[in-house]
Design a protein around this ligand. Sequence first.
Ligand code: NAD
Length: 313
Amino acid sequence: MIAGSRVLVTGGAGFLGSHLCTRLVEEGADVSVLDNFSSGNLERLEKIVSCENFHLIEGDITNAEDVRQSVKDTDTVLHFAAKVGVIRAASHGIDVLDSTLKGISLLLSESVRGEVKTFVFASSSEVYGEPLRLPSREDDPLVPRSTYAVAKVAAERYCEEYATLYGIDTCVFRYFNVYGPHQNDNFVIPQFLRHTLKGEVLPVYGSGAQTRDFSYIDDAVFLTLEAMNRNRGFNIYNVGSGENTSLKKLAELISSLSIKECEIAFVELDRRRPQEYEIIHRQADISKIVSLCGTFPRHSLEEGLKTCLEALM
Ligand SMILES: NC(=O)c1ccc[n+]([C@@H]2O[C@H](COP(=O)([O-])OP(=O)(O)OC[C@H]3O[C@@H](n4cnc5c(N)ncnc54)[C@H](O)[C@@H]3O)[C@@H](O)[C@H]2O)c1
């Protein structure tokens, strides 16, 4: 189903988008990327940038003409472009809401006009807020706390409305903490890895009891493409490992993998991050996506971290 299909990936020069594009190009899809390079870069695409079945469009999801040109003659749209992160959204709230909503509505309306068959939207575990129970299931109540999360909830609803009205098969993926090579340094795993390589102290906020569900990029890409191919109608899927790891345990694991064990320091919470947005625990219930895709060989956290460390050396 992938080979020969025409696929548009918005945000394809970003972390998740570039890994997806690489897999799609390798599997024989005709892939176009629409990216404004605000946080993306071409290095992530170096393996495929000169392939015949890869095309780059430098443009913006909020520009109607850029979106029209990009969606034309496309079978599948994977919408991954976003201003990512709770902190960034907190200081540019209107901007994040505006670009998220304008982008999704342009992409969906052009997808209807262009008779796109499959639409994929990258949402986030942030939509759950502080979960009422763990692990979080797709039908749990949404309590978004940040502008970033509110924008994701609204975009999910747009997707549902278009899928219902126009019959486009649509997947909304709620990614938990995906990590892997080429991730930018705003995230905890690349930060810790860089500290260990320099022999620096690993700063863990608070007691380090906060938990996250870390999933390795190859697993997230596998689940995304497999579910996208099998899905019919409108569905929301959690994408995670199904396991939760405390930040203290993460720091200890990274320290044990580095050449020289690192000191771990428990420091005050990051003051740049609005405290009302802090989420203590995260864990995905992945039974819905696993029952659709079947079991698959998952990377353990240790394996994934080793690969990231090697990529940085
Ligand atoms: N990485 C994760 O663990 C994670 C978790 C939850 C959700 N997500 C979602 O997955 C998607 C990709 O995340 P990522 O981690 O790869 O982020 P990223 O910042 O690496 O990638 C985002 C890409 O979008 C591009 N972009 C931003 N605004 C744009 C615009 N207006 N027009 C065109 N391009 C634009 C950027 O240049 C960048 O290449 C995002 O929608 C994000 O919200 C990611």
